[in-house]
Write a protein of this length. Structure first.
Length: 345
C-alpha cells in the first residue's frame, strides 16, 4: 500500500477494538474510517480514535477511491453480505471468521475475489501464532515422525451467543489449526453436542478425518469452569503440546512414543514405551493479530495471495457445515464438501 491508500474497519463490537488498536499501530493515519451502526459504540470509538472518521454509512466509505483495504468485524451472519459488497466495490477485504454461514456462500466469495484479482483474507488468527507455526515446521520437517492424530480443547465460561452454536463461534480456530498442521483437506466429520442453556449447542465433541487416517478431535464449550486453549499433536516419534494459556512454555516437545520391536514366537508384536526428554523451543514474541493484519496489508500492497485466503476460509466453513449435519443426524459420519486444496503459506 502507498502513503495515500486508506483502510477502513467495519464493526467496533467484541473484536473490533482489538483490530482498531493494531490498525492504529500498523496503518496510522492511513486508517481513515470506522463504520459502526451502534451510536453508543461510535461514541466509544471516537474517544479512543479521534483521528478516524466514524460513520454508519458504508456506501460513503466505499465511494472514497483512496480506500483499498477493508476489515470486517461484525456478527457472523453479516460476514458474507458485507464481504461481497466490499469486493463488488473493488476493494480488498479481511473478514473475521467464519467467512460465511454456508459453504456455497464461502465458495462464491473466494471465486469472486479470484476472478476480480482482489485480496480476500479470513481472520484465522491462530495460524499466525508462533507456537502453531513452529509445530507446522516440526511436522513438515519430519521431527515428530508420521503425524498420527491431534486433539484440542477450547473451553471457557462465556462468551455465550444465541445466533450461532459454540462450534461456529470458537471452533473455527481449532479447525483452521488442524487444517494448517495436517496440510490436507478434511474428508469427513462426526459430531456430538448438547444444548444446555438455549436453542444452540453449548458444547460439542467433533472428530475430523483426514487422508491417510489422520484424525483431529476437538472439544469446544463455552460452559466450562476453566479457560483452556490447548492442542496436542501425536507423532510416531515425538509429541507436541501447544498451550496458549501457559505464559512460560506455550509449546512443549516430548520425546515420547511406542517403538515396535521384533515379532515374538506367537506372531504378536511387542512394543517398548519411550519416555525421553521434554524441551521448550524458543519462540518469537509476536502478537498474532498484529502479524495477521501486517500480512493482509502487505498482500494488498503486493497483490500476493494471503496464506489464509478465501479458499482457506471455504475449507473451515465446509467443516462447520458438516458438523451441523452430523449433529442433526445424531453423530453420523458426514462427508466434508469438496474444497480446493489449500495454498501453502
Amino acid at each position: 500500500m502507498t502513503d495515500t491508500d486508506a483502510v477502513a474497519l467495519i464493526g467496533f463490537g467484541y473484536w473490533g477494538p482489538n483490530l482498531a488498536r493494531n490498525l492504529q499501530a500498523l496503518a496510522g493515519d492511513r486508517w481513515r474510517y470506522l463504520v459502526e451502526l451502534s451510536p453508543e459504540r461510535r461514541e466509544r470509538a471516537a474517544r479512543s480514535h479521534s483521528h478516524v472518521e466514524i460513520t454508519d454509512d458504508l456506501e460513503k466509505v466505499l465511494a472514497d477511491d483512496d480506500v483499498r483495504a477493508v476489515v470486517v468485524a461484525t456478527p457472523a451472519a453479516t460476514h458474507a453480505p458485507l464481504a461481497r459488497r466490499v469486493l463488488e466495490a473493488g476493494r480488498n477485504v479481511l473478514v473475521e471468521k467464519p467467512l460465511a454461514l454456508s459453504t456455497a456462500d464461502a465458495v462464491e466469495l473466494a471465486a469472486f475475489a479470484e476472478e476480480r484479482g482482489l485480496v480476500l483474507m479470513v481472520g484465522h488468527t491462530f495460524e499466525f501464532v508462533p507456537a502453531v507455526r513452529r509445530m507446522k515446521q516440526l511436522i513438515d520437517g519430519g521431527d515428530i515422525g508420521d503425524l498420527l492424530y491431534l486433539h484440542s480443547q477450547r473451553l471457557n465460561l462465556g462468551r455465550i451467543q444465541s445466533d450461532i452454536n459454540a462450534f461456529w463461534s470458537i471452533g473455527p480456530h481449532d479447525v483452521s489449526i488442524a487444517n494448517f498442521l495436517v496440510g490436507r483437506s478434511p474428508e469427513w466429520v462426526s459430531a456430538g453436542g448438547a444444548r444446555y442453556l438455549q436453542g444452540v449447542e453449548d458444547v460439542t465433541f467433533v472428530t475430523v478425518g483426514y487422508p491417510g487416517g489422520v484424525l483431529a478431535h476437538m472439544h469446544v464449550s463455552w460452559l466450562d469452569p476453566s479457560k483452556t486453549r490447548r492442542t496436542t499433536v501425536v507423532g510416531s516419534r515425538k509429541m507436541l503440546v501447544y498451550d496458549d494459556m501457559d505464559a512460560d512454555a506455550k509449546l512443549k516437545v516430548f520425546d515420547k512414543g511406542a517403538d515396535r520391536l521384533a515379532e515374538d514366537a506367537y506372531g504378536v508384536w511387542q512394543y517398548r514405551l519411550r519416555d525421553g526428554e521434554m524441551y521448550v523451543p524458543r519462540l518469537e514474541m509476536v502478537e498474532p493479530l498484529a502479524a495477521e493484519l501486517r500480512h493482509f496489508l502487505e498482500c494488498v500492497r503486493s497483490g500476493s495471495r494471503p496464506c489464509t485466503d478465501g479458499w482457506n476460509g471455504v475449507q473451515v466453513v465446509a467443516v462447520l457445515e458438516a458438523v451441523d449435519a452430523s449433529l442433526a443426524a445424531g453423530g453420523a459420519q458426514v462427508p466434508v464438501a469438496g474444497t480446493r486444496t489449500r495454498v501453502p503459506a
